[in-house]
Design a protein around this ligand. Structure first.
Ligand SMILES: NC(=O)c1ccc[n+]([C@@H]2O[C@H](COP(=O)([O-])OP(=O)(O)OC[C@H]3O[C@@H](n4cnc5c(N)ncnc54)[C@H](OP(=O)(O)O)[C@@H]3O)[C@@H](O)[C@H]2O)c1
Length: 311
């Protein structure tokens, strides 16, 4: 039974997350009658999406192995290939998070995929980024990895190209500091997406790869918001003023590099913020709802759920 068909028959917006788990579990039961249990390796397993993907797959009853350099079930370091084989033992599906804050990682990921294929992995869900299908692979490693996956015969793939994560406002570089969110995005808007929704889409593809083989999804939120809009929503929730500072881009990049962002990644930050500032940020689409059966989480709901992070 196809997951999407189940959703079409039974989606209810009340108790939606329970319904989502129920439909996935039903699909897994059906699959478990004919196939051995699935073991999923979740790279970046302690990160914003990987931790949530792991939690959702565990709830669904899959065997999950989180991987990272620290704090995961298995030690995995992109720069230490001796850690790759043990992480892949008895694994047949992988949630792939490429090396973060880097620009040249396509060859490293390709070698890992060779190993994964030889070890018996048959499906990979890759977290890329919004709009990456529009850029040349020689300039952007995410696109090179996408094309590598698409060309593989023994591994099916699902590619996720999410918008900017809402969790950037609570866990990383968009966190307000003294009531100010500093980022050069001007008046441009972005359809910020909750990492919970990205993880829900990823979990659906990993729990039931068949219907999602070859699929490309671009998870977004339901609204395109400026950073100033997002600041207003956070301010309402926490009851304190929060403002957007649209700092000069070079000054912001220099500051980010001084704070520890690798210099090569500074140019990625330039491209990402220019895209939004020029009015070419992501816009809402239907991908989260079409895969999970429920609408994407709103920024206001994210902010209410996350208020403690800004206490
Ligand atoms: N943030 C956004 O708005 C956004 C939007 C679209 C796409 N993306 C894409 O999403 C991906 C990041 O996913 P995420 O936000 O879920 O991750 P994340 O929160 O940045 O966490 C990174 C994860 O990778 C692990 N890691 C870091 N360096 C590693 C290394 N050298 N070897 C092995 N593991 C390593 C980390 O754990 P350890 O440090 O312990 O190893 C952690 O588990 C990136 O590819 C990014 O381009 C992000």
């Amino acid at each position: 039974m196809s997951l999407q068909n189940v959703h079409l028959l039974s989606v209810s917006h009340n108790k939606s997350s329970v319904k989502r788990i129920d439909t996935l579990a039903l699909s897994l039961q059906t699959e478990g009658m004919t196939n051995p249990p699935s073991n999923v390796l979740v790279l970046g397993g302690t990160g914003k999406t990987g931790s949530r993907v792991a939690a959702k797959l565990t709830t669904l009853g899959l065997n999950v192995r989180t991987a990272a350099r620290n704090g995961a079930a298995v030690r995995f370091d992109w720069d230490d290939p001796s850690t790759h084989g043990p992480a892949l033992e008895d694994v047949n599906r992988v949630y792939l998070v490429a090396p973060v804050l880097r620009t040249h990682f396509a060859d490293q990921v390709s070698s890992f995929l060779d190993l994964a294929e030889a070890a018996g992995v048959r499906h990979v869900t890759y977290v890329s980024a919004f709009g990456i299908d529009q850029v040349p692979p020689q300039f952007v490693a995410h696109r090179a990895v996408e094309l590598d996956l698409i060309a593989r015969g023994a591994i099916t793939h699902s590619i996720l190209r999410p918008a900017w994560f809402m969790q950037n406002f609570s866990e990383t570089f968009l966190r307000p500091v003294d009531g100010v969110i500093t980022v050069p995005t001007g008046d441009g808007a972005e359809a910020f997406v909750d990492a919970e929704d990205i993880a829900a889409v990823a979990a659906a593809t990993l729990a039931s790869p068949g219907p999602h083989a070859g699929a490309e999804y671009a998870p977004t939120g339901a609204q395109a918001l400026t950073v100033s809009d997002a600041a207003d929503i956070i301010a309402d929730v926490i009851g304190c003023p929060v403002k957007h500072d649209d700092l000069d881009r070079d000054t912001w990049i220099d500051g980010s590099v001084a704070a520890g962002v690798p210099a090569e990644y500074g140019e990625v930050l330039r491209m990402l913020t220019e895209t939004i500032a020029s009015g070419h940020g992501s816009r809402p689409n239907n991908d989260v709802q079409s895969v999970t059966g429920v609408p994407p989480i709103s920024f206001a709901d994210f902010a209410r759920r996350t208020a403690q992070a800004w206490a």
